[in-house]
Design a protein around this ligand. Structure first.
Ligand SMILES: Cc1ncc(COP(=O)(O)O)c(C=O)c1O
Length: 371
């Protein structure tokens, strides 16, 4: 089976994790956690970092920090992962879904402006699949309109706009270090902020509201969102490799782009947004013909090629529809991506020969299905 992803790990990763183990720095109070936070916040260019157990939890904590209630609205892209929606739902605030741009698959300032109301408290921006959103403009707009900006940078480690990294724009920026991310700790995440009050609050929220004195007397029912020392040691080491990993993915994407260049049935990802190159967190393709994506994926799987469907639009999630069904807008771009998009194998196990085999199989299978 050609799996959809396998991570790149280096000998230094192995050494660093072993060091943590030998020094018995493995728990959620390991010195590696502070080391990771320090290195990562400096890499992205923010004042405070809080490492947590995954990227979904990072979003949860970011949203919980804002003290939202049912009178508040948060604008978010409909084309994204469920964690974005569920973190808003858990605050009690109302999610307001934006469609995404046809080419970049990202939320845009124009859509945000259309959706802003007197209840809007913030905007959750996601940099999707390898291209940055127009975060510079969105960030200015949020400042001018007194809106919180939450920047989900799970898929955009190492993307720079001018000399500023994605993840340095949000009032709260969140990251995932899941195994398929450009920097990984297997499972893990991070919140970055320049706001000291947010930082202090999240530190408490991450760790059961334990305090320096009276440790077991709690003012709040917080939870345990800690990352372990072993995971932190891996992410700490992985930060050094991010540029190399992005280059390898861009190289694999160039091969796919070339192999698909004469294919009229498939839309390949945009190579760049303005001057900024796609870093191909995933290599996603969209089928022009409606309604055959699932069959293509099933047949490829039988031929030992694993693929993944694109995100299913958040406004159509069964978990959400049950709660509110009457105010669902039609969001055609997100819906088309959700129905007809899939992403292809990339990673440490892939080479040009395998990519040729994958593309040949896709083309043959499409011919079988549509004949
Ligand atoms: C945009 C985005 N946000 C959040 C997450 C959640 O991260 P995790 O899997 O670490 O919980 C992901 C995961 O892929 C993601 O793509």
């Amino acid at each position: 089976m050609i799996r959809v992803f396998e991570p790149w790990t280096s000998p230094s990763d192995v050494l660093e994790v072993n060091k943590a183990l030998i020094k018995k720095q493995i728990s959620g109070s390991s010195t590696y956690i502070g080391k990771l936070e320090e290195k990562f916040k400096q890499f992205i260019g923010m004042k405070y970092g809080i490492a947590v157990s995954n990227g979904s939890v990072a979003l949860d904590l970011a949203l919980q920090t804002l003290d939202l209630d049912e009178n508040d609205e948060i604008i978010l892209p409909a084309f994204s992962i469920i964690s974005c929606l569920s973190s808003i739902i858990r605050t009690g605030a109302k999610p307001v879904f934006s469609d995404v741009d046809k080419k970049t698959w990202n939320i845009t300032l124009d859509e945000i402006k259309k959706l802003k109301s007197s209840r809007t408290k913030g905007v959750l921006v996601v940099h999707t699949y390898g291209l940055p959103a127009e975060i510079d403009e969105i960030s200015k707009y949020c400042k001018e309109n007194n809106l919180f900006l939450i920047e989900d940078t799970a898929e955009a480690h190492g993307i720079k706009i001018g000399n500023k990294y994605c993840g340095s724009y949000g009032d709260l920026s969140t990251f995932s270090f899941y195994a398929n991310k450009h920097i990984t700790s297997g499972e893990g995440g991070m919140i970055l902020t320049n706001n000291k009050d947010f930082y202090k609050k999240i530190i408490q929220m991450r760790n059961l509201d334990f305090k320096a004195s009276n440790r077991f007397v709690h003012d709040n029912f917080y939870w345990n969102y800690r990352i372990s020392g072993l995971q932190a040691a891996l992410a700490f080491s992985q930060i050094d490799n991010v540029e190399k990993i992005i280059k390898k993915k861009q190289q694999q994407a160039r091969v796919y782009n070339d192999l698909f260049k004469n294919n009229a049935e498939i839309i390949t990802p945009e190579k760049s947004f303005r001057e900024i190159k796609n870093n191909y967190w995933v290599y996603g393709i969209v089928l022009k013909k409606d309604g055959i994506r699932d069959e293509l994926m099933e047949r490829l799987y039988k031929k030992n090629i694993e693929t993944r469907p694109f995100f299913w639009p958040l406004h159509l999630q069964p978990a959400y529809r049950e709660q509110v069904s009457e105010d669902i807008a039609l969001l055609p771009v997100s819906e088309n991506l959700g129905k007809n998009g899939l992403y292809l194998p990339m990673g440490a196990h892939i080479n040009k020969k395998i990519q040729k085999k994958i593309v040949k199989s896709i083309e043959n299978t499409l011919a079988e299905i549509t004949k």
